[in-house]
Design a protein around this ligand. Structure first.
Ligand code: 13P
Length: 281
């Protein structure tokens, strides 16, 4: 069943668990994430960035995710990840996406509020919830380069004001994670996260989670995180499956043959993360 992220994340918040949000880049990844969700009986968020949408079109991804949701016995959300302007956010909303992120984190505080409010107005009129971002999640994602940001953490006081003034439904926070492959072990600032949790009464979202040790993810869930985003590790798992198959079968030319191996790799990875997040902390 295709649902919005509102009910899923509110339930996660109330019952102290988190919902996994996985970036899907093609049909095989949608199939893999669906299989993992079915196997673990977990609600799931499948999401695409504007860069991914550019590759095949929002209508294509929406059709794939909707088909997965219709087959599924668990709730499935189709979410826009890092919508970086009003037009992209509204266009995904019109395509049928059931959850929209507007990322104005590169803008000034006031500009971010104004952009987020404008997207909230459109989406809420259609019953679709909005995730916003305040502070800068490090690293690079979809052409956004935050590798040189000086003070990346979300300011807890600002977060409370931001949520109050924008009416957003969930908030992506910058607490020390980064998009992409980590060079060392990431250090999450739990002081900042718990202060935000104290002051903000909506589900918090953790970005840049590939490579974050599971124990740290659990601590984040205990501290108010209800949606956990994984992208890079799915890409790595998918490509590893294909590379290994081609290495062992150099004459292979049928995409279905290595497709199933890639699907299995992504399924294994996402199922493990889903089991972790489904525990009640
Ligand atoms: P990773 O690529 O680090 O897993 O980040 C995913 C993410 O936050 C997508 O928005």
């Amino acid at each position: 069943m295709l649902v919005t992220s509102l009910e899923l994340l509110e339930d996660a918040k109330k019952n102290h668990y988190a919902v996994g949000a996985f970036n899907v880049e093609n049909m095989e990844m949608v199939i893999a994430v669906l299989k993992a969700a079915e196997e673990t009986k977990s609600p799931v968020i499948m999401q695409t960035t504007p860069g991914t949408i550019k590759y095949a079109g929002a209508d294509f991804y929406f059709a794939n995710i909707k088909a997965a949701a219709e087959r599924a016995s668990v709730p499935v959300v189709c979410h826009l990840d890092h919508g970086n302007n009003f037009e992209i956010a509204v266009s995904a909303f019109h395509t049928g996406y059931t959850s929209i992120m507007i990322d104005g984190s590169k803008l000034s505080f006031e500009e971010n509020i104004s952009l987020t409010k404008s997207v909230v107005k459109v989406c809420h009129a259609g019953g679709v919830p909005v995730e916003a971002e305040l502070g800068r999640v490090g690293g690079k994602e979809d052409g956004l380069d935050n590798t040189k940001t000086e003070n990346p953490f979300t300011d807890p006081g600002e977060a409370a004001e931001f949520v109050e003034r924008t009416g957003c439904d969930s908030l992506a926070v910058a607490v020390g994670t980064a998009h992409g492959v980590y060079k060392g072990v990431p250090q999450i600032n739990f002081d900042v996260l718990s202060k935000i949790h104290e002051l903000v009464n909506i589900p918090l979202v953790l970005h840049g989670t590939s490579g974050v040790p599971d124990e740290q993810v659990i601590e984040c869930i205990k501290t108010g995180v209800c949606k956990v985003n994984y992208a890079t590790d799915l890409r790595i798992a998918f490509t590893r499956g294909i590379k290994e198959y081609i290495k062992n079968n150099p004459d292979a030319f049928d995409p279905k043959k290595y497709g199933v191996v890639a699907i299995e790799e992504v399924k294994k990875y996402t199922a493990q993360k889903m089991l972790l997040m489904a525990k009640k902390f």
